[in-house]
Design a protein around this ligand. Structure first.
Ligand code: HEC
Ligand code: HEC
Length: 335
């Protein structure tokens, strides 16, 4: 509210946006931004602390007791509960809108999916890389677009939670963040029945495809913002990572192109690759949505051979103390 004039204090109608579980009964509102809460038994002038969802109310008007009623700033309480508040000066009315919140249960997994445009996602993933790196970029491209198209429950998900995946998990160069963020999004909208199939498809695409793709190379070259900021408008060379590990993937690309791992070209490569992965995931998700998805992933023959003994199993003597789908011979010599 713009108007916090105390002289205009006047009780308004009761507004039931507070939860039923709240110990505070909603009392009267005052136009000066003061929400009255009936709380019998407190002496006038007593210092009052008001907490909204665990956060202490602060502001220009401090909570106080008058006529056995605790007066607290309406804006802080309303906004603290996630409601919208506005001041209608003509009608001298405080408008508060919102829903009783309590602790709503999380939406049931999987979340709904609707078809997205892979090329929009490719661009968003690429740009998202420069906001919060690879993992965030891939996740926010897909979930942000679903949030725009579907709204809740996607609006409840902070893409910032995916920032940890940067540089193969906080710079550890383990799982590529673009894979990590993309797979989190895939998992969220596919659920138990399909997420593994789509994830395997995405992992093998990542390991076997020369990246960044021509499409993202062409798109990014035209992107003036990057030319100015990162001085990287060139079509970048490609490499096949052969591995989902950030360490191997980045190193292979640096060796293939001659750019250092700390160069802006390498960053830009990861940005384009982030868009490529998110776009590929959306193609797979669109196929699944259209009931056209056919799982195509098979283990490469060389890995299959190693896995005939070294797979998840109970017989330690057979070598069943290890597992995985990564290409074994890049790290081990065959025996
Ligand atoms: C016929 C079964 C079999 C196949 C196929 C097989 N291994 Fe093994 N491997 C074993 C067994 C059993 C051991 C344990 C040997 C020991 O500890 O004496 C072992 C041990 C190893 C070790 C431990 C170090 C060593 O050399 O003792 C590595 C690494 C390894 N295998 C990698 C591979 C890779 C990579 C492949 C595929 C290229 C592969 N293995 C295929 C059965 C197999
Ligand atoms: C990214 C590199 C990498 C990849 C890919 C990889 N491994 Fe390993 N593997 C390791 C490391 C590191 C160890 C631990 C080595 C150690 O402590 O001796 C290990 C351990 C093992 C061991 C036990 C070695 C021992 O001395 O007892 C076996 C067997 C093994 N791996 C088999 C495989 C097989 C089969 C695959 C493919 C499905 C595979 N590995 C893929 C890196 C890798």
């Amino acid at each position: 509210m713009d108007n916090r004039n105390k002289s205009e204090e006047k009780n308004l109608s009761r507004r039931k946006f507070l939860t039923g579980t709240s110990a505070l009964a909603v009392g009267a509102l005052a136009t000066g931004g003061i929400l009255g809460l009936v709380k019998p038994g407190l002496a006038a002038g007593a210092p009052v602390t008001v907490m909204v969802n665990g956060k202490k109310i602060t502001g220009s008007v401090l909570p106080r007791i008058e006529k056995n009623t605790t007066l607290v700033p309406a804006r802080e309480v309303a906004e603290g509960l996630g409601a919208k508040i506005s001041w209608d000066g003509t009608n001298k009315t405080v408008n508060i809108s919102g829903q009783a919140q309590g602790n709503p249960a999380a939406a049931k997994w999987p979340y709904p999916y609707t078809k997205l445009d892979p090329e929009v996602i490719r661009k968003k993933g690429h740009l998202g890389y420069y906001e919060g790196a690879c993992c965030y970029g891939a996740f926010s491209a897909i979930i942000g677009e679903l949030s725009d198209k579907i709204g809740s429950p996607f609006t409840q998900i902070p893409s910032d939670m995916m920032r940890y995946g940067e540089g193969g998990v906080a710079g550890w160069a383990s799982l590529c963040g673009a894979i990590n963020g993309t797979c989190a999004a895939i998992n969220l909208v596919t659920g138990e029945d399909n997420y593994k199939e789509l994830v395997s498809e995405l992992m093998s695409y990542y390991c076997e495809t020369p990246l960044p793709t021509d499409t993202s190379n062409k798109y990014a070259v035209k992107h003036a913002f990057l030319v100015d900021t990162y001085k990287t408008d060139a079509e970048l060379g490609k490499s096949v990572s052969g591995s989902p590990l950030c360490h191997a993937s980045v190193t292979n690309w640096c060796q293939a192109t001659g750019f250092a791992s700390g160069s802006s070209e390498r960053s830009e490569r990861c940005g384009r690759l982030t868009g490529d992965l998110a776009a590929h995931a959306v193609k797979l998700l669109n196929d699944l949505y259209d009931k056209k998805f056919v799982p195509a992933f098979t283990l490469p023959a060389s890995v299959q051979e190693c896995r005939s003994c070294h797979s998840k199993g109970k017989d330690y003597q057979k070598g069943q103390f290890t597992r995985g789908k990564m290409d074994c011979v890049q790290c081990h010599d065959p025996h």
